[in-house]
Each structure stands twice: as C-alpha cells, then as structure tokens.
Write a protein of this length. Structure first.
Length: 237
C-alpha cells in the first residue's frame, strides 16, 4: 500500500488556501484596477515568495528574480508616492520641535545640548519620527481588516483589504511564522524589507502599504491551513 508524503499534503493544502486568499480579496483587485503594473509585480512577488518560503523551486535564481521584482516595485512606489513630509517641517512641526527642545534641554542637560545631539534633533529627529509613524501605520492589523482606522482622515479613503473574518487566521499565521522564524527565512527577510521601504511611502497613498500584501496573504494561508489540519500553533513549520 502506497503512503503519501504528509509534508506534500501540507504544502498542497497551503497552496490551495493561498491561491484562494490571494485572488479572492478586494485589495489585489483594486490594485490591479488602479495600476496594472503594480498588480502584476505584486502577484509575481507573492507567488515567488510563497514558493521560496516553503522550499519549492528554491534557489539563488528564484531569490534574484524576486529581489529584482521587489526593487522595481519599491523604486516605482518611492518615486511616485514618496512621503515628502519626511523632508520638510510644517509650521506645526517647528512649533512642536521648539517646545520639546526646552523640555529635553532641562531634563537631559549636556546629553541633549551637545553639538552632535543638537544636529540630530534639528535635522533628523522629526523625519525619523514621521518615518516610524508610517511604519506603525503599516503594521497595524486594523488597517487591513477593518474599514475604520485611526489613519482615517481628510484625504484618505480607508477600506478593508481583507475580510474581518480572516483576522483570527492572520493572527494564527503570524504566531506560526514567529515560532518558525529561523525556518522561513525568505518570508522573514521579505517582511523586514517591505516594512523598511513602506516607511518612505506617503500614508495618503490610496492603495495603502501594498508591499505587505504578499506577506499578509501567505500568513493568512498558513493560519487557515493550520486550522484545517487542526494543528493550530502547536506544530510550527
């Protein structure tokens, strides 16, 4: 009697769920509709990342192809949707900076008033704060699973990118990835790279932090496959 490979079954289950989640969500359809090139690059990156994450067709060539596609998409996003507030100070920013200066100078003394600290505070601190703010927006699950989000303000039309019912599967998938951090190196590297680049993209970009689309789709598939197999987080990959 022939025995089937359970790991192969596990991979095919992930693949089927992954395909359903990737193509049957409103976010990717909107991206493709608004900018076909963005949508095409994203879907290619998403599938290559899936194969690379689970050692299917893995190798240097696959990594290079994904890297090139990622660089192309990142370059287009930074060129067309760069957050220029990172480079400029509004009157409100200047007022806040002046107010904080007095507080920091009184509290930290020479640690703050020395030339090096003053140069950083004057020229880089506000930009770094805005950059980290953009990153905090991009890693908030509310942005992806609910239409109402703290980022919602004049000029930004928020929308749910995935069904709220997928949020528990996303959380399970993230936990599985965390437990398998060293095993799914491609997924980990992609997550870090996409977060770094997303920090430079304007929060007013109507399509949202699209570089995180591949990661979110894959971890939802991880969570869904785990639930279907009734493994949950007990069996990390």
């Amino acid at each position: 009697m022939n025995k089937t490979n359970p790991s192969l079954h596990s991979y095919y289950l992930k693949l089927i769920v992954f395909i359903l989640i990737t193509f049957a969500n409103f976010w990717w359809i909107l991206i493709l509709k608004e900018n076909f090139l963005y949508g095409l690059l994203l879907i290619l990156i998403t599938f290559i990342l899936f194969f690379a994450s689970f050692n299917v067709f893995s190798g240097l060539k696959l990594s290079v192809i994904m890297g090139v596609l990622f660089v192309i998409l990142s370059t287009l996003l930074i060129k067309n949707h760069f957050d220029y507030t990172l480079k400029t100070l509004s009157p409100t920013d200047e007022k806040i900076q002046t107010q904080r200066h007095g507080v920091y100078a009184d509290g930290l003394g020479i640690l703050f008033t020395n030339k090096l600290s003053q140069n950083f505070y004057k020229n880089w601190s506000m930009s770094l704060g805005k950059y980290l703010r953009n990153i905090s927006y991009s890693v908030d699950p509310n942005l992806y699973f609910f239409s109402s989000h703290p980022r919602e303000k004049s000029g930004i039309d928020e929308f749910e990118k995935y069904s709220p019912f997928l949020l528990p599967l996303f959380i399970i998938g993230v936990l599985i990835h965390a437990l398998s951090f060293g095993k799914i190196k491609a997924l980990t590297a992609y997550l870090l790279a996409s977060i770094i680049i997303t920090g430079f993209i304007s929060p007013y970009f109507k399509l949202g932090p699209i570089l995180l689309f591949p990661y979110i789709s894959i971890v939802i598939a991880l969570g869904a496959a785990s639930v279907i197999k009734k493994n949950y987080v007990k069996k990390a990959l």
